[in-house]
Design a protein around this ligand. Structure first.
Ligand code: ADP
Length: 750
């Protein structure tokens, strides 16, 4: 055993004898190690591995926080400390903390000493005199007390409870003045009250805000008493911490406020009625009175049954059964207004029990649903009106869900289309329940498309075969059915039976086809006729030439032999042959119209007209006709046909004139949006009304051959030419006053 060890043991024994223990902090492991004496003083069994937190928890609040702060300061800034602290297990200890260098680092350690002796100093020997007794009563008073001096505001004495309340050691507390235990914002109040000489009378009482060592605010009721200690004016104060009481009061106030808020909300929104245990109405809230018209002041006069419609008395009896069995009753009741009339209430009735479990009151809470009921009723009326309308419409109306199941079918739909007696038997069914698969497949695919695309399909024609095998045509509109969020939840379909119309259309189509066939046949026979006219007129020329030729020879050779009658006969035969030639030539020309496919060429119409006037110079001259030309355009047009038309019209205008009158003829043109219109106006004999409808018919002639020569082909041919070009031809005429022939030529020819 070395000298050091010997010395160490010696000191250990001395320290043990003095009741002093030691502690050190292993800062790496965050534990406090205690010497055996230290552990004994602090009452710790496992002295080798006490966490810092468990160490500080050995002390009573607020001393646990005091030692926590002191240890933190020691570890962080080597600040030494010395505290007197109260243990949780009872008793006081003094703890000192130091830092000692150990090699290059520092060791945080200290001593712990029991203050049992100190406590025993405070115990007083009652027999040793009254001073001790009063001091004992001050020090051990269960209420915190301290004494401060008026001049300096210093705290000059305090009792043990004051230290516990404020969390200081006695040494610390006695170094404070009363400013130090106030929140900074309250310090001016101290100045104010200490200056008022008479504020601190013999006894004064006031609530202040104080701070404990940890900086927490406490509300304290201070009872102060003026004392004079060694000729200094002091105040001895008794501290009553009312923080918790005030907090509890605040909480109580808050919950009372909450309750009154609930009640306000309930009174605002509901009808409330309270019945006592005898089922007597004892309270009606304002809303109940307002709606029912019953007055709470004359409440004794009413029984519960007088508030409700007699039809609901059975319900109320059921309500009592439920309540008496201890349950809550809910239901819809019809209230009876005092002045007559009904109000609807959605009602909850709750039985309330006292501590013994006996019902002492019933609270009826009702929600006024009169408006909603009325709205529901009118909705029902509106719905049944709508239903009546759709059921009586002569079209099929149906609603299907997204799976194609029928949700609604109107009468026309279920009776006519589905062959059912009631709507009920058709609901939940699909097209596959009613139609052959191939038809149903088409219908279902069409429905799916509407639902997937979310777009309506209008005026779609579809058909099915009814139970008798007849094809039924429908014209259908299908519209996607959407919910409030716009999601497609099904479709609405409306179908009209258009079988009759379809049949009509079919008939019309057949008729049309027939007509077209006839028209084609007619066209063919026309063509054949034209062909015939062409061949006939062409082939007739040859024999005609022979007749004319031989008649000429006959006339030339036998003229001397012929008597007057013979010559006259030959003259008629020659004239007849000549007229026949004209007819044949005209007929040939007529039958050629449209056969020759002549190209359009730009030509001045004036040039064509002048050319015709040149050709007819003799006739014009002979009749002394005056011809006036308007402004005539240049057109792109097939020349020969238009030349023919102008020639026919001008020739007629000059020809059909009264012998005594000078012909005046005007040829003019007017430009229209899509065509040119030409007019040939004369002052001739005109055309009687009775003949006007036949003017354009082939070979139709009004005037006798002798007075006016012609074949009756010119206008028929002109009509054919103009119509072939896509134009129209017509005339206005008045007998004896002249005629205006007009025709149009479309600009589209250009
Ligand atoms: P045509 O002159 O060879 O007899 P058209 O076909 O040209 O044959 O005319 C048919 C008939 O219409 C004529 O016979 C005549 O009676 C009547 N007509 C035609 N143009 C006129 C006219 N400008 N004024 C009066 N009558 C007319």
């Amino acid at each position: 055993m070395g000298v050091n060890e010997q010395e160490y043991r010696q000191w250990s024994r001395i320290l043990e004898a003095c009741g002093v223990g030691a502690w050190e902090i292993d800062s790496d492991r965050q534990i406090v190690r205690l010497s055996p004496d230290g552990a004994a003083i602090l009452g710790v069994t496992d002295r080798r591995s006490l966490s810092i937190e468990s160490f500080t928890n050995l002390f009573q609040p607020p001393f646990d926080r005091t030692i926590t702060h002191s240890l933190e300061r020691l570890l962080q800034s080597n600040q030494e400390f010395e505290e007197a602290l109260a243990l949780l297990s009872g008793g006081w200890v003094r703890i000192r903390g130091r830092v000692i260098p150990e090699g290059v680092s520092f060791q945080s350690c200290g001593m712990v000493q029991s203050l049992l002796d100190k406590a025993s100093v405070l115990s007083i020997d009652l027999s040793s005199g009254s001073d001790h007794l009063y001091r004992y009563m001050f020090m051990e008073n269960p209420m915190p007390m301290f004494i401060w001096e008026f001049d300096t505001l210093n705290i000059i004495d305090c009792n043990r409870q004051a230290l516990l309340k404020y969390g200081y050691t006695r040494e610390e507390f006695l170094r404070l003045n009363i400013r130090d235990i106030r929140p900074p914002e309250d310090i001016p109040l101290i100045e104010k009250y200490t200056r008022q000489a008479d504020f601190y009378g013999d006894i004064h009482n006031k609530v202040w805000r104080h701070l404990n060592k940890a900086g927490e605010v406490m509300l304290v009721n201070i009872t102060g008493h003026l004392v004079e200690i060694e000729e200094r004016r002091c105040s001895m104060v008794l501290i009553n911490d009312i923080t918790e009481r005030l907090e509890a009061e605040d909480q109580l106030m808050e919950s009372l406020k909450e309750l009154s808020d609930y009640r306000f909300a309930l009174d605002e929104s509901c009808l409330v009625m309270i019945l006592d245990k005898e089922k007597k109405v004892v309270y009606l809230n304002q809303k109940f009175q307002d709606i029912s018209g019953y007055d709470k002041d004359s409440i004794e006069k009413y029984s519960l049954n007088s508030f409700y419609d007699e039809r609901d008395l059975g319900l109320i009896a059921n309500c009592w059964d439920t309540l008496l069995s201890g349950n809550i009753w809910t239901g819809e009741l019809r209230g009876q207004k005092k002045g007559g009339g009904i109000f609807y209430v959605d009602t909850v009735v709750i039985p309330f029990r006292d501590n013994q479990g006996k019902i002492y009151q019933y609270i009826w809470v009702g929600y006024d649903i009169t408006e909603k009921k009325r709205a529901d009723e009118s909705l029902i009326k509106e719905r049944s009106l709508l239903r009546a309308i759709i059921d009586n419409l002569p079209i099929q109306i149906y609603v299907k869900d997204t799976a194609g199941k029928h949700i609604i079918n109107n009468r026309y739909q279920y009776e006519h289309s589905l062959g059912a007696k009631t709507e009920g038997e058709t609901l939940g069914k699909t097209v596959y329940d009613y139609f052959p698969k191939e038809i149903a497949d088409g219908m279902a695919a069409y429905d799916r498309k509407i639902i997937q695309d979310g777009k309506p399909a209008m005026n779609v024609e579809e058909y099915y075969f009814d139970r008798n095998g007849n094809r039924v045509w429908l014209l259908t509109n299908k519209v996607p059915l959407k919910d409030a969020k716009g999601k497609v939840v099904g479709l609405v379909g409306m179908s009209r039976d258009v079988t009759d119309r379809k049949d009509e259309e079919e008939k019309l189509k057949n008729l049309n086809d027939e007509l077209q066939k006839k028209a084609q046949e007619l066209e063919k026979s026309n063509e054949e006729l034209e062909q015939f006219a062409y061949i006939a007129s062409h082939d007739l020329q040859e024999p005609l030439r022979m007749i004319t030729g031989f008649l000429g020879l006959l006339e030339k050779k036998y003229d001397p032999l012929l008597d007057k009658k013979g010559k006259e006969f030959i003259h008629y035969a020659v004239d007849g042959a000549r007229r026949m030639k004209t007819i044949i030539m005209d007929l040939l020309a007529y039958s050629r119209v449209g056969r020759m496919d002549e190209k359009v060429k730009e030509v001045a119409i004036e040039e064509i007209v002048n050319n015709i006037l040149g050709l007819q110079k003799e006739l014009i001259h002979q009749k002394r006709a005056a011809i006036i030309l308007g402004k005539l355009p240049k057109l792109k047009i097939p020349i020969a046909p238009i030349h023919q038309v102008f020639q026919n019209l001008i020739n007629n205008a000059v020809k059909y004139q009264h012998p005594e009158q000078q012909p005046k003829i005007k040829i003019q043109a007017a430009e229209k949006a899509d065509f040119w219109e030409f007019q040939v106006i004369d002052n001739g004999i005109g055309i009687p009304k009775s003949f006007q409808s036949r003017v354009f018919i082939l070979f139709s002639r009004l005037h006798a051959n002798k007075s006016y020569s012609g074949s009756g082909i010119g206008l028929a041919m002109s009509k054919k030419i103009i119509e072939n070009l896509g134009g129209t031809i017509g005339f206005h005429s008045e007998e004896g006053k002249g005629s205006t022939f007009y025709f149009t030529v479309p600009k589209s020819l250009q």
